[in-house]
Design a protein around this ligand. Structure first.
Ligand SMILES: Cc1cc2nc3c(=O)[nH]c(=O)nc-3n(C[C@H](O)[C@H](O)[C@H](O)COP(=O)(O)OP(=O)(O)OC[C@H]3O[C@@H](n4cnc5c(N)ncnc54)[C@H](O)[C@@H]3O)c2cc1C
Length: 510
């Protein structure tokens, strides 16, 4: 097989689908093909079913930020023409935080959240006010970055300068410590770092403010039918516009002409796809190491830059099916955070694990036992998924043995016991009512998506004092990376970025 296209996309993650759909939305008939190695499209934006257990598990979607009336994601989905095909579900609460016998519920109303926290932690009222003011100013500016790039929003330059010199250079952990004296409240406030696959000590405070803005002020929702509903809507859009999404088509090589230094297409096991432009949705480092001839001139600098990038966490995920709706056993909210028993000890344990990343005992203690973990009650969001709940622990791949070994199987059993134990510790009534469990690991993430280190969220956004990121420009100008490694993590950022580039590309054509 040998065919010619205007654009070929390597990978069908949500960013590539948004890119292709937006390009075709304005320029119907563009010859575009999206190639996916897996048997279904979507990358992390997918589900899998266990019919015997009447269960459907979402691989990644717990909440979509930016789905409120003025949210960026809602706006992007409308421009893509898919919003009306989706059924958003807006839970009443942002999340419930459980620690010991304390349970604190954060509603979806930003003002009510601030008030409730100030009442609960009166000694922290001033610090809370400061943080919420920072969320609604600096966080808002960060949230509007794509609209700033497209000229729709003009931030206050003085405010921006302060944000970049002072807030971007602080870690979330340090900034919260300076403002809040109570450890439990610090941990609660830091929880949204989980949404971008990071811990507070790894995350720039400015980015943290942006993430809080997105989930709380931007409005969070789930989708009936899960992430597959979004993927399917985008695929339909692409096909209606004349594009194609081809699965089971693993790209083996991106071809680049040495003389012109232009990408000419890709080679797959089912044939050669020639193209005027190649859009790479995979992890950039994976693509540079496996798909591109690195002996070509000018590739050393971007390879070094991407090698130096720190991947955000991967996840160890426990999929659970109960014999009845989770609410019967006390799990009522759509999302519950099981807080670290002692956040300071957890932070120290993570620091130890990072110093010796392949030491299994250190990482298991730090990530599975000590740190806060997230629980999604899918039954509350979409009962058609079954009596399903999912426990997510941020994790790293470095202490996981290769798949299909006894060591791997043994470790999976330990992870399952640890995460199930965390769940039952808080919801003891579930004991005896768990009908089915299944575990996915950082190795599963790597195998299915080729994301470097099995990252679920692209690159870390660390505190940094450097004005500009090291150059990641490629010496080939018709080859471009689009994914959470470039845009930042999550559906809102990836769909927004993919759509922005797709609409821009459509303009370039005309
Ligand atoms: C457990 C978990 C929970 C999450 N929860 C949320 C959430 O609740 N809300 C939220 O907003 N975000 C969440 N995220 C993050 C979000 O899912 C991701 O940021 C987003 O889906 C990434 O999309 P992407 O387009 O960058 O690429 P990916 O989804 O990584 O897609 C890359 C694609 O490239 C394909 N590919 C790789 N190599 C090749 C090749 N050689 N040939 C062809 N195809 C190839 C892969 O198969 C894959 O389909 C979560 C992530 C995880 C892991």
């Amino acid at each position: 097989m040998s065919e010619s296209f205007d654009v070929v996309c390597v990978g069908s993650g949500i960013t590539a689908l948004a890119y292709a759909a937006s390009l075709l939305e304005t320029r119907r008939g563009t010859r575009i093909v999206v190639l996916e190695k897996h048997r279904i499209p979507g990358g992390y934006a997918t589900q899998f079913a266990r019919p015997k257990h009447h269960a459907r598990f979402d691989v990644s979607l717990h909440k979509l930020s930016g789905m409120g009336p003025d949210g960026n994601l809602r706006e992007a989905l409308k421009r893509l023409g898919v919003f009306d095909e989706l059924e958003p579900v807006f839970p009443d609460t942002l999340f419930r935080a459980c620690t010991g016998d304390t349970r604190i519920t954060l509603t979806k109303d930003p003002h009510a959240v601030l008030e409730a926290l100030q009442q609960r932690f009166p000694d922290c009222a001033a610090g809370l006010q400061t943080i919420f003011d920072e969320i609604s100013t600096y966080g808002y500016d960060g949230y509007m970055q794509f609209r700033t790039l497209s000229g729709e929003y003009e931030p206050d330059l003085k405010r921006l300068r302060y944000a970049h010199t002072v807030l971007k250079t602080r870690s979330t952990r340090d900034a919260i410590r300076e403002r809040i004296p109570v450890p439990t409240l610090r941990e609660i406030l830091a929880l949204p770092c989980i949404y971008v696959g990071a811990f507070p000590e790894q995350t720039s405070y400015l980015y943290f403010l942006h993430v809080w803005y997105a989930v709380l002020f931007g409005g969070s929702a789930y989708l009936r039918g899960g992430s597959s509903a979004l993927t399917a809507a985008l695929v339909r859009r692409i096909e209606r516009g004349g594009g194609r999404v081809v699965t089971r088509a693993e790209v083996q090589q991106i071809t680049i002409d040495r003389t012109s230094m232009r990408a000419t297409g890709v080679v797959t096991e089912i044939g050669h796809f020639h193209a005027d432009e190649v859009i790479v949705n995979t992890s950039p480092l994976y693509a540079l190491e496996h798909l591109v001839d690195r002996t070509l001139p000018g590739f050393d600098t971007p390879v070094a830059a991407h090698t130096a990038t720190h991947a955000a966490s991967s996840t160890t995920t426990l999929y659970v099916v109960l014999d009845a709706p989770p609410a019967r056993y006390g799990l009522v909210d759509a999302e519950t955070m099981l807080l670290a028993r002692d956040p300071e000890t957890a932070c120290e344990a993570r620091a130890c694990a990072r110093r010796a990343p392949s030491e299994a005992a250190l990482s298991e203690q730090a990530y599975w036992h000590d740190s806060s973990v997230e629980v999604t009650n899918y039954h509350a969001l979409d009962p058609t998924a079954g009596h399903v709940i999912v426990v997510n622990a941020l994790d790293t791949i470095h202490h996981w043995p290769e798949r299909k070994t006894d060591a791997y199987r043994g470790k999976k059993a330990r992870a399952r016991d640890a995460l199930l134990g965390r769940l039952l510790e808080h919801f003891a009534d579930m004991q005896g009512h768990v009908r089915y469990v299944e575990l996915s690991t950082p190795r599963t993430c790597l195998r299915y998506t080729n994301n470097t280190h099995g990252s679920g969220y692209g690159a870390l956004v660390e505190p940094s004092s450097t004005k500009h990121a090291p150059s990641r420009r490629l010496p080939v100008d018709n080859l471009r990376f689009v994914s959470h490694w470039v845009s930042g993590s999550g559906y809102e950022a990836t769909v927004g970025y993919g759509a922005m580039l797709g609409f821009q590309k459509a303009k370039d054509f005309t």
